[in-house]
Design a protein around this ligand. Sequence first.
Ligand SMILES: [Zn+2]
Length: 340
Amino acid sequence: MAATKSNSKAAAKKAKAAPAPKAKKAAAKPKAAKKAQAAKATKSAKPKAAKDVLDFGEFPAGSVTRHEVTLCLSCIFKLFTNQLGLAPRTAYNEIRRYAPTVGELTARGPARPFFKATGEKNPHCPYCDAPKRWHARLNVYRVEGGKASDAARRALVKRLPTKDEQFLMTEEKRTARQVFFEWLERLGQTLDFEEDAAWMSAAARAYLERREPKADWAAAFDGARAVRRSQRLEEGWERDGARLFLAPALYNDVLLVQYLVSRSHRHGGRTFEGRLTLPDLVGRMRRGGHLDAQGITDRDRFDVLEQLVEHLTGGDATARLHFLTDRRDLLERAKEVIRQ
Ligand SMILES: [Zn+2]
């Protein structure tokens, strides 16, 4: 028993020791060679990335969004050593344990030591000018709660390694309405509102995937050039050549989503039915029987819109959000640049 243990320990040591001389060699090489090696490393790393343990493939469409922020290790190391007076070794350990809050990581205007990557080839920290090797990428995945996504999330968490807290999970409560509008805002950021046909179709599909994740929306939209309200379907969708027909309830909610997502971008909402003002939208919903179907009897159009939004979003019902923070790059970068 003991022999096996020491054997495996020795093997582990060997495995750990193996990459070390390579790293030293790289450090001694001139810059150009280093660059080439870095490029090579990125290339060979690609197939590995595909098999990453953090795989959201099993999650319902639209239930996961990713937020990336960069952390400058030089800034934080200087803070710990110069201002807080920590010994370098202690500072290193503190940085490895560093667990920023979701609020810090997803802030619109990140504050030191966080910043948004600019996409530059050789970026420098906007606060202390430290080069790229000091920059750690932190990814936060926002997962909406729900039956299908809860099962997928539990399975994923089971697979994730627990060592060094590479992954952190936190949970927050919101209302269904808040969760919906956060989703809608992110959707709006990805759409190009100059290309009406493209964004309207993309918005419709994103919403339908979120609403009915099990339906085959890829097939529904594949090659579809027009989306219409069906006169005969009561639910779901059907194709007739290049035209996609949606059941009225789906179609009307798609119009509402398009209206909501585009109204701040295009001076009034734009939908499959053209540019709609609020009275246009409400009138259309009323004539189409959409208000009756939802039991909306208000006359005032702002009240009607509020009611429509309540139905669309789920209103004040409790919704859970799960945030998964990927700290792997932070741990790796810290090891490389600080613990030498
Ligand atoms: Zn910095």
